[in-house]
Write a protein that binds this ligand. Structure first.
Ligand code: HEM
Length: 332
């Protein structure tokens, strides 16, 4: 092979490597963990069906059944979830979508379980145990619930919505008419005293929901606790066998129990999904392992070291090919 051929091949090799580097952003070589990046948009969507979500790369995240502790799930009913992420410099929004043939949005009867989805971020430094953290390993959970979504979309799904023949002819201190509905007919504080969960301040008994997402803090399964401050908004829509659920929160943590995503170029994140029609709740769910979410780091940038590799290849090619090239030049 003549010097020109050698040079051409060397440059071609460098060009191929450059192309690979640019398209993968060096990820394949640099990052072994599943990795995905939030795309920057000037205005975040508020609807999970918004076309703006098309601006974010879709990552298919495999899910495994939580088979470790009881009540366990032995077979995944939702084998994967597709995730996308967007940010606008202030807030982060994440979209989860998955196949689910049934829309299960009621949970007010013992035999009814709602569909759900959750995102988990570490609060403390280091990678926590994926089982919701552990002692000293604090995690922040964002839990979207289809029944809370239903309460927001259609008004509080009261006993009468679960038991259509339910009837009560009198109730102390209520207004309105039988079968009396929450919360409008129970506005009097005396009436609410008969609603133990509500008057005790149990967030799960609160009929008026400001968000379909509950924010929790946890240091290992069995310790998940409703966070005092709730700062995650969201919306979930079920269409033709697919749930699309978006979550949105400020990058900056509003309190100590929240994961601070501000200025952290890469954060660990894990996902979980519940299928209500498969009686999934609490521990009975499918979950992912931890992924790396890049925020504010344009993934199609090639890391500096990779440019170094190309420069070295190009230099070697010139170094090795040049003398022969110079030797042949006068005649050609
Ligand atoms: C193998 C790992 C895991 C195990 C063994 C596990 C186990 C449990 C258990 C026992 C509960 C009920 C008690 C409690 O509320 O603390 C629970 C609830 C919960 N877990 Fe996990 N979990 C695991 C991973 C995850 C992951 C990765 C996420 C989120 C991405 C998650 C999100 C949640 C949420 C949001 C609840 C509350 C559910 C509800 O109120 O219905 N878990 N889990």
């Amino acid at each position: 092979m003549g010097p020109t051929g050698f040079l051409a091949r060397g440059v071609a090799l460098a060009a191929v490597l450059a192309a690979v580097g640019l398209t993968t952003g060096g990820r394949v070589l640099a990052q072994q963990e599943p990795f995905y990046a939030a795309a920057y948009v000037s205005e975040l969507p508020t609807d999970p069906r918004s076309p703006v979500w098309g601006r974010a790369a879709a990552s298919e995240v495999p899910l495994i059944p939580q088979a470790g502790i009881l009540p366990a799930l032995t077979q995944a009913s939702v084998p994967k979830v597709t995730v996308r992420a967007l940010y606008d410099g202030e807030r982060l929004a994440i979209l989860m979508s998955w196949q689910d043939r049934t829309r299960d949005a009621l949970s007010g009867r013992p035999d009814l379980f709602r569909d759900g989805a959750a995102i988990m971020f570490p609060v403390t430094e280091g990678l926590p145990n994926v089982c919701m953290g552990a002692a000293g390993q604090v995690t922040n959970l964002w839990h979207w619930k289809a029944d809370w979504q239903e309460d927001i979309d259609k008004g509080f799904q009261d006993v009468v919505d679960h038991y259509p023949n339910f009837y009560k002819d009198v109730y102390p201190f209520v207004t309105g008419s039988p079968p009396y509905r929450m919360p409008q007919d129970f506005s009097a504080p005396e009436a609410q005293a008969y609603l133990a969960g509500l008057s005790a301040g149990n967030p799960l008994s609160q009929p008026l929901k400001s968000s379909p997402v509950e924010e929790l803090v946890s240091q290992g399964f069995g310790t998940a606790t409703h966070k005092a401050a709730q700062n995650v908004s969201g919306q979930g829509v079920w269409t033709d066998g697919t749930w699309r659920v978006m979550f949105s929160r400020s990058l900056k943590a509003a309190d100590q129990e929240a994961a601070d995503l501000q200025g952290r170029k890469q954060v660990a994140v894990a996902f979980a999904v519940w299928d209500g029609s498969n009686q999934e709740v609490g521990a009975r769910k499918q979950l992912s392992s931890f992924l790396t979410l890049a925020v504010g780091e344009e993934t199609n940038q090639m890391p500096v070291w990779l440019w170094g590799v190309f420069a070295a290849i190009a230099a070697a090619t010139v170094w090795l090919g040049w003398p022969a090239l110079v030797r042949r030049s006068p005649r050609e």
